[in-house]
Design a binder for this molecule. Structure first.
Ligand SMILES: N[C@@H](CCC(=O)N[C@@H](CS)C(=O)NCC(=O)O)C(=O)O
Length: 213
């Protein structure tokens, strides 16, 4: 299995955590999102992923899957051990809802291509930072309320699910853009717990081979 990944990509980070929780071996093929205007936009990469986004996943059979959550669902079906979803259908739907609130309602608004677009439209860095923090606060405010309603250690219960995966990757991103998270103690608690575990630690951007800090 191969993962086209960039060390700082939030979406690729999600897939790395899922692969690690499931204890699967995979080869990383780095795609540099910044160098030379972005390798993701080169025709060679776009022949695999026409959206020009990472991650892209290649199965053992050579099939191509794009979109981090579609990749994670594929992994869950093919490798059901160390499941990333609860069995209860209602809780499972709630896990997916929280995951989508991050992956569809926060992340796309703050993605690299969006921030690049705002800068190209002459937004000042201060305005871009305000935009970024606004969408994090909207999304995290709702998640904090949801976490307040349940007593488990993770987002849902006492086992990490795909909601925790999405949350950890988004918290990394928020920290990277210096968004204060003091008003989200439950999010911070879940994040710290996850980041004490090997599967999550091994997926941290700074622990990737292509990290060029
Ligand atoms: N919904 C997609 C989002 C993928 C995505 O936005 N990837 C970002 C990195 S986190 C990217 O490749 N950005 C490149 C760009 O904006 O040019 C997924 O979950 O896979």
């Amino acid at each position: 299995m191969k993962l086209y990944s960039y060390w700082r990509s939030t979406a690729a980070y999600r897939v790395r955590i899922a692969l690690n929780i499931k204890q699967l071996n995979y080869e990383v093929i780095p795609v540099h999102l910044v160098k030379e205007g972005g390798e993701q936009l080169k025709e060679e990469y776009k022949s695999l992923n026409p959206q020009g986004l990472v991650p892209t996943f290649i199965t053992n059979e050579g099939e191509v899957i794009t979109q981090s959550l579609a990749i994670i669902e594929y992994l869950e079906e093919i490798f059901p051990e160390y499941s990333l979803y609860p069995k209860n259908p209602v809780t499972k739907a709630q896990v997916k809802a929280m995951t989508l609130s991050i992956a569809c309602d926060i992340h796309p608004l703050n993605n690299l291509r969006v921030l690049k677009y705002l800068k190209a439209e002459q937004w000042q860095q201060e305005q871009v930072d305000k935009w970024y923090a606004h969408w994090i606060n909207q999304g995290f405010g709702a998640i904090e309320k949801q976490l307040n309603k349940q007593a488990g250690l993770y987002c849902f219960g006492d086992k990490a699910t795909v909601a925790d995966i999405a949350l950890v990757a988004q918290v990394y991103n928020a920290n990277r853009f210096s968004v204060p998270l003091e008003q989200y103690p439950l999010i911070k608690k879940v994040n710290s717990l996850c980041l004490s575990q090997k599967a999550f630690i091994d997926a941290i951007p700074e622990n990737q081979l292509d990290c060029d800090l």
